[in-house]
Design a protein around this ligand. Structure first.
Ligand code: NDP
Ligand code: 8X3
Length: 250
């Protein structure tokens, strides 16, 4: 049985990926930093009959991530699919007014956290000559939008790091996919606006946004593709969204 590890599996796209890949027959290592929320996902996975384990750590904490992975029983250490999903946006201020702490959190989570997991998991994939890394990038990485500045830059970095890794493992059968969603209704905007629900709801007003399940289907498609097929990059937008800044609301 193949094993998939998903970071940020406590919510939104990550939780949907955990449940979707479990449905596809993977056993799941669900990771997150909030053990209560993780218990909830583990219950959902158990209810669906999936084999799953939980690892509690913050992807910004390199040592905690290493120890968590080392705590896995031997038979769970062969990770076939790594979904680097944990991430967030904070704020929508102009670049000259943004908060330093928000910038650091985004850079530490979206870029350095992704690198921590890649560095810990991919060497074994390379040794075995197979595996699949799915990075959750964003349409925000294709071009900046007003107030997106640092968040957009982190997702541009996810694209570059995905491309770089793909080059570095091209001689193996390890595949690298960058999935770039547009508007997905999750906890994302609530986090971005520091818990301001009304402002978060506005992001999805007048347009039917994507769901975490829509993105999980794309991830499942990529990992289930025949071994000689590498889905390198996928941009997934809501139908009435054309880019990070062109959204037609009705
Ligand atoms: P959610 O807020 O619903 O989920 C984010 C997940 O990441 C949560 O499980 C959260 O855990 C986890 N997370 C955040 N920081 C850390 C950390 N330091 N360590 C471990 N886990 C962490 O948002 P989404 O599901 O929408 O976001 C998932 C990914 O998708 C992100 O990378 C985001 O940038 C990307 N994305 C989202 C889009 C959208 O429109 N929603 C569009 C394009 C990309 P906790 O609950 O503990 O905070
Ligand atoms: C999340 C999508 O457009 O809100 O990455 O930045 S967007």
């Amino acid at each position: 049985m193949k094993t998939a590890l998903i970071t940020g599996a406590t919510s939104g796209i990550g939780r949907a990926c955990a449940l979707r890949l479990a449905r596809a027959g993977y056993r799941i290592i669900a990771t997150g930093r909030n053990s209560e929320k993780l218990d909830n996902v583990m219950q959902q996975l158990a209810d669906s009959g999936a084999e799953a384990r939980a690892l509690v750590f913050d992807v910004r904490d390199r040592e905690a991530a290493r120890l968590a992975l080392e705590s896995l029983p031997e038979e769970w250490r062969e990770i076939d699919v790594l979904v680097n999903n944990a991430g967030l946006a904070l704020g929508l201020e102009p670049e000259y007014e943004g908060l330093w702490e928000d910038w650091e959190t985004m850079i530490d989570t979206n870029i350095k956290g992704l690198l921590v997991m890649t560095r810990l998991v991919v060497p074994e994939m390379v040794k075995r000559g197979r595996g699949h890394v799915v990075n959750i990038g964003s349409v925000a990485g294709d071009a900046a939008y007003a107030g997106g500045n640092v968040y957009c830059a982190t997702k541009a970095a996810v694209k570059t790091l995905s491309d770089g890794l793909r080059i570095d493992v091209a001689g193996t059968s390890v595949r690298v996919t960058n999935v770039k969603p547009g508007l997905v209704e999750t906890n994302f905007s609530n986090v971005r606006f520091h818990g301001d629900d009304a402002r978060a709801d506005n992001v999805y007003k007048g347009i039917k946004p994507l769901t975490g399940d829509d993105i999980a289907d794309v991830v499942a498609y990529a990992v289930e593709a025949p071994e000689h097929v590498q889905i390198a990059e996928v941009l997934v937008l809501a139908t009435h969204q054309a880019s990070g800044s062109v959204i037609v609301r009705k």
